[in-house]
Design a protein around this ligand. Structure first.
Ligand code: PRX
Length: 653
C-alpha cells in the first residue's frame, strides 16, 4: 500500500462533516433506528427485507452458512421479472414511467411499466420459441438501450441466467466469456450511437463466433440500421419478438436459482465469472436501493449512469430500481456528445432528482469547467451518489457545491461485482458525511478493517477490508471454478471474505477506502488486472516480456503503464509506431478500456532473485517518485536503466 501513504496523510486532516437538512432527515426512508433494528437480529432483519418481495412460496430457512458457501431463503420460490414488473402492473402502477430513454442522437422513448412488461413477456416467448429453457446461459452484448434491460428481464423470467458482456469489450473477450459460460444464445444489436456516430457491434459477435462455441442463435436488435452481415444463425429481434404473444405466465424458481453470471477481472489473465442467485440478491438490491437512494417511487426521477455491462447497471439500473417501481432515465451515449453539458441538459429535461455516477466522470466535469452545469437548472436534484473508486475530497466537494447546490446529501457507496449490492455507504437522512469517506457498513452488513492476523485495527489505523458475516446478495461462486472461488476470496483469512481492498478507519471509526492491495487496477471505476494486460501484450509478436502497473492518474483514478521488453531483432527505433500497434493490440485482445496510457520499452525488468517482478518499483517510476528500496533485486542496476530510459523518453516528448 506504499502508494497510498500520501493520500493517507491528506485523509487524516479531513474533519468536515455534512449533515442532512432537517427536512431531508424527517422524510427519509431510513430513520435513526435502522441500525439498531438490524443489529438486534441480523437474520430476522434480512428476513423482513425479503418479505417485501413477492414470493410464490415462502422460504423455510433464512440462511444456511457453511463457509464459504451460503444459501439464503431456502425453499422460497419467486420470479425476478414478476417482482420487477408484473407486480407493479397488478397493483395499479402500470402507467408509471419505468424508463425515459434518451438516445445519443436525441431520439427518445417513454416506456411505462405496463409497456415494459409486455415487451419482456414477448421477449420471453421468443426465447422459449427458439429453444431456450431454464438453466441455459444467454450472453447479452448490447449498447445501452431499453432492449438490453428487456433481454435481461426476459432471461430472468424463464430462468435462463444471463451473462452481460460490456459492449466495449473486444471479440476475443466476448468469445472467452461465451466459452466459459457455455452460452447457447447471444443477444446483440447491429450497433449503437457513441461520440456522435454509429458504431457496430454485430461484427464483433461474428468474429467471436469463429471460435469454438455452442451458440445456436444470435438475436440482433436493429438500433442503427447500418448494413449488417448475416448468417443462418442470426435472427432480427423485431421479427422474432415482434410476432410473439403478449401473454406469458412466469414460472417461479428457487431462491437459489442462478440469476446471472458477470465476468470481472481478477489477479490472473482469465476473468472470473461471478455468479449470483435470485432471492438474496433481489432482497439486498431492493433494500439498498430504497434506503441508500431514499427512493420515493411516486415522485423521484432516478438516474444511474452505469452501463448494464457492469454490476452497477445490473443492480441499480435493472433489478433494484424496477423492483422498487422507480422512474428512471437511461442514456445511450457519451457525456460530451454533442456538447459537454449533455448530462446536465438531461437532468433538467426530465427533472432528475437522484443522480448516481462515478468519480471519474465528476473529475472530468471539473476539468471541463463549471459553465456547463451552471448553464442548466439542476434544482430538481435532491440526492447524489458515487461508486466504483475512491472519490477524492476535492471532487466530492465540487459535486456537492456545483452539482448538488449544497443541498443534496452525497452517498459514496462501496461494493463490488462480488458483493452484488451496496455494502458500505452513508444513509442519506442519518449520516453526517465526510468528503471522501464511504462511512459505515449499511444495516445488516458486517465489514471490518483488520491487520495481517485478521484482528480489527483500532480507529486511526489502516489494514485490509473484510466481510465477516455472509450477506444476502453475496456471490455464490466463480462459474465453474470452485477452487478459484475459495482461493481468491476465502484463503487470506480463514472463513472470512477478503475484498482485495485496503482501508483505513479514521478517529471516529469512519471507513476510507484506499484502493486495491492486489494486482487489480481500477481505471475509471473499471477493474482490469495487470496480468490480463500483460498477457495481451506478450501475445503480440514483438513482445518478449511485459510488466504492467496501475499508476495514479488525476482523471481516471489509475492509468495503465506498461513496461515492455522486445523480442530480439525488433528495433526500438520504430518506437512510436510500435507503441500505437501495441496499444491497439491490447484493445483488440481486451477492449479499448484496457489500452495502456503509456508503454515504455525497456531492456530489463526489476526482478527478485526468485524471478518475481517488483511492481512496486515500477509503480515508483510510473508515478515519478524516487525509486524505493531495491535491495532485493537480482540486478540492482536495472532500476537506474529504466529510470534513465524514462527520462530520455520524456525529453523527446
Ligand atoms: O476497489 C473497490 C472499488 O471497486 C472495486 C469493485 O469493482 P467492481 O466489481 O467493478 O464494482 C464496481 C462497482 C460496484 C472495489 O473492490 N470501489 C467500488 N466502490 C468504491 C470503490 N473504492 C472506493 N470507494 C468506493 N465507493
Amino acid at each position: 500500500m506504499s502508494q497510498d501513504h500520501e493520500s493517507l496523510e491528506n485523509l487524516l486532516s479531513e474533519d468536515r462533516h455534512f449533515s442532512p437538512s432537517p427536512e431531508f432527515a424527517a422524510e427519509a426512508n431510513a430513520q435513526f433506528d435502522e441500525y439498531a433494528h438490524a443489529n438486534m437480529d441480523r437474520l430476522a432483519f434480512w428476513e423482513e427485507q425479503a418479505g417485501t418481495l413477492q414470493w410464490e412460496r415462502k422460504w423455510d430457512t433464512v440462511l444456511e452458512w457453511q463457509a464459504p458457501y451460503a444459501k439464503w431463503f431456502i425453499g422460497g420460490k419467486l420470479n425476478a421479472s414478476v417482482n420487477a414488473l408484473d407486480r407493479h402492473v397488478a397493483e395499479g402502477r402500470g402507467d408509471r414511467v419505468a424508463f425515459h430513454f434518451e438516445g445519443e442522437p436525441g431520439d427518445t422513448q417513454t416506456i411505462t411499466y405496463a409497456e415494459l412488461l409486455i415487451q419482456v413477456k414477448k421477449a420471453a416467448n421468443a426465447l422459449t420459441e427458439i429453444g431456450i429453457v431454464a438453466g441455459d446461459r444467454v450472453a447479452i452484448y448490447m449498447p445501452m438501450i431499453p432492449e438490453a434491460a428487456i433481454a435481461m428481464l426476459a432471461c430472468a423470467r424463464i430462468g435462463a441466467p444471463h451473462s452481460v458482456v460490456f459492449g466495449g469489450f473486444s471479440a476475443d473477450a466476448l468469445l472467452s466469456r461465451i466459452q466459459d459460460a457455455d452460452a447457447k444464445l447471444v443477444i446483440t444489436a447491429d450497433g449503437g450511437f457513441r461520440k456522435g456516430a454509429a458504431f457496430a457491434l454485430k461484427p464483433a459477435v461474428d468474429e467471436a463466433l469463429k471460435g469454438a462455441h455452442n451458440v445456436e442463435k444470435v438475436i440482433v436488435v436493429q438500433r442503427t440500421k447500418q448494413e449488417t452481415a448475416w448468417t443462418d444463425r442470426d435472427i432480427w429481434w423485431h421479427e422474432l419478438v415482434g410476432k410473439q404473444s403478449t401473454e406469458h405466465v412466469a414460472q417461479n424458481f428457487d431462491a437459489e436459482h442462478p440469476l446471472f453470471i458477470l465476468y470481472t477481472s481478477g489477479t490472473t489473465a482469465k476473468p472470473k465469472g461471478i455468479f449470483h442467485t435470485t432471492g438474496g440478491y433481489l432482497t439486498q438490491v431492493a433494500y439498498t436501493h430504497k434506503m441508500v437512494f431514499d427512493i420515493k417511487p411516486e415522485s423521484d426521477v432516478y438516474w444511474c449512469t452505469a452501463d448494464v455491462g457492469w454490476i452497477t447497471g445490473h443492480s441499480y439500473v435493472v433489478y433494484g430500481p424496477l423492483i422498487n417501481g422507480a422512474t428512471q432515465v437511461m442514456y445511450e451515449g457519451t457525456p460530451d456528445t454533442p456538447h459537454k453539458g449533455r448530462i446536465f441538459e438531461i437532468i433538467e429535461k426530465y427533472g432528475v432528482t437522484i443522480l448516481y455516477t462515478a468519480p471519474t466522470l465528476i473529475r472530468t466535469w471539473m476539468k471541463w469547467g463549471d459553465e456547463f452545469p451552471k448553464a442548466h437548472n439542476l434544482q430538481s436534484l435532491r440526492l447524489l451518489g458515487t461508486v466504483g473508486e475512491p472519490i477524492n475530497p476535492e471532487a466530492w466537494m465540487w459535486y456537492r457545491e456545483v452539482i448538488g447546490g449544497e443541498r443534496c446529501p452525497i452517498v459514496d457507496t462501496w461494493w463490488q461485482t462480488e458483493t452484488g449490492a451496496i455494502m458500505i455507504s452513508p444513509l442519506p437522512g442519518i449520516t453526517a458525511t465526510k468528503p471522501g469517506s464511504a462511512m459505515r457498513p449499511i444495516p445488516g452488513i458486517s465489514a471490518k478493517v483488520v491487520d495481517d492476523n485478521a484482528v480489527p485495527v483500532a480507529d486511526g489505523h489502516g489494514g485490509y477490508l473484510i466481510l465477516d458475516q455472509p450477506w444476502p446478495s453475496m456471490l455464490r461462486g466463480v462459474w465453474g471454478e470452485d477452487e478459484r472461488y475459495k482461493e481468491t476470496y476465502w484463503s487470506r483469512f480463514e472463513g472470512i471474505y477478503f475484498a482485495g481492498d485496503g482501508a483505513k478507519l479514521d478517529d471516529e471509526g469512519a471507513i476510507w477506502l484506499l484502493g486495491r492491495v492486489d494486482d487489480v487496477m481500477n481505471v475509471s471505476g473499471h477493474r482490469i488486472s495487470t496480468t490480463e494486460v500483460e498477457s495481451a501484450l506478450v501475445s503480440h509478436e514483438a513482445v518478449a516480456e511485459a510488466a504492467v502497473v496501475g499508476a495514479a492518474d488525476a482523471m481516471t483514478g489509475q492509468g495503465i503503464v506498461a513496461f515492455v521488453i522486445l523480442r530480439s531483432g525488433i528495433k526500438h527505433a520504430d518506437g512510436e509506431e510500435l507503441n500505437t500497434q501495441l496499444r491497439n493490440h491490447v484493445a483488440k485482445e481486451i477492449g479499448a478500456i484496457a489500452k495502456p496510457r503509456q508503454i515504455l520499452i525497456v531492456n530489463e525488468l526489476p526482478k527478485t532473485r526468485s524471478g518475481k517482478i517488483m511492481r512496486r518499483l515500477l509503480r515508483d517510476v510510473a508515478e515519478d517518485r524516487v525509486v524505493g528500496d531495491a535491495t532485493t533485486l537480482a540486478d540492482p542496476n536495472v532500476m537506474k536503466l529504466i529510470a534513465a530510459g524514462l527520462q530520455s523518453a520524456k525529453d523527446e516528448d
